[in-house]
Design a protein around this ligand. Sequence first.
Ligand code: MLT
Length: 392
Amino acid sequence: MIRTNNNFNFLKGSYLFSEVARRVNEYKEKNPDVEIIRMDIGDVTLPLCKAAVDGIKRGAEEMSNKETFHGYGPERGYEFLRKCISETDYIARGINISSDEVFISDGAKSDIGNFVDMLPSNARIAITNPVYPVYVDANIMAGRLPEDEATDIENKGKIIFLDCTEETGFLPKLPTEPVDVVYLCYPNNPTGVVMNRDELTKWVDYARDNSVLLLFDSAYEAYIRDENIPRSIFEIDGAKEVAVEFRSFSKTAGFTGVRCGYTVVPFDLKVVSDNGKQFLLNNLWNRRQSTKFNGASFVVQRAAEALYTAEGRSQVTEMTNYYIENATLLYNKLTEAGMKVFGGKNSPYVWIKTPSNISSWEFFSLLLEKAHVTSTPGVGFGSTGEGFVRLT
Ligand code: MLT
């Protein structure tokens, strides 16, 4: 028989959103006339804004001309887009990030998954619980198992969960044992809670004091309306020495089907290998990307560039305002209905405690069958998500 990667044995049978989709489809097949309201996966519903479509057209036009056609592009992305990102998302906000610290990709999910290539095989990885399942699954695929399942910890590394509960306001506490890497995501997926400046500063200080790499997923930063909430981890002093930031145009500009995101790996972030050799993580990530990735499509990068024009920016704000209004409506109506609701502010996600302590999957079925609303069961995001569902 052909042998395979044993680590897959430790994954759950299917990816969370595939399982939700399977159950929803099964229900739809049995009840073809029922109109279902989708509030499960954080997908967008509005079409692309005009600026993005014009960007795609411009890119397609350039590709159709001998003089402006592009073949393989730079693996780290075209300078025209990296410059817009560095100037608009960072320098204009007082954060000194240069275009060469920005890497364009086909989305934050890929970069987050691929970043495990950069971690030592025996790394101790701290991950919040509940959490976006990609952080956990990608590490399991690389041989790092959750602490209670890890058998050969010395060689394989492990995952340590930082429980986030109602009591902690769904925020993690600093690890009590040594770790090498911490994944943070704010505004949070799945709970929708945000991290304020003091809280984030605590994590940056901790990372600097303990030589810990922070992998900061800020895919939902465009939903932050409160000026006191940091939109980037690089707003915090010293973060450039310890943090990598992942961002996406998916939830910002409705690019879930277009595919474009970016990762910022600052030049200040220095790493060391077991033989004492020092590197810039930026150079290592570039080495990784140039080996395994040929860059995001030129046309898509033109579409993303167009989001940075004045009209693009205002169209994007209009779109995110619409999703925020929906989240606010959900939050208010569910609260009025007597439910315990979290998130929903500065975030597209609303996190609800199930009534009468019924399980996440039971409430998922109840919502589907009685209200024809789909949700994502909290337990799918981790053990502490049991007794909750996420709506979006
Ligand atoms: C979610 O629903 O958690 C996200 O949309 C999934 C993703 O971004 O991959």
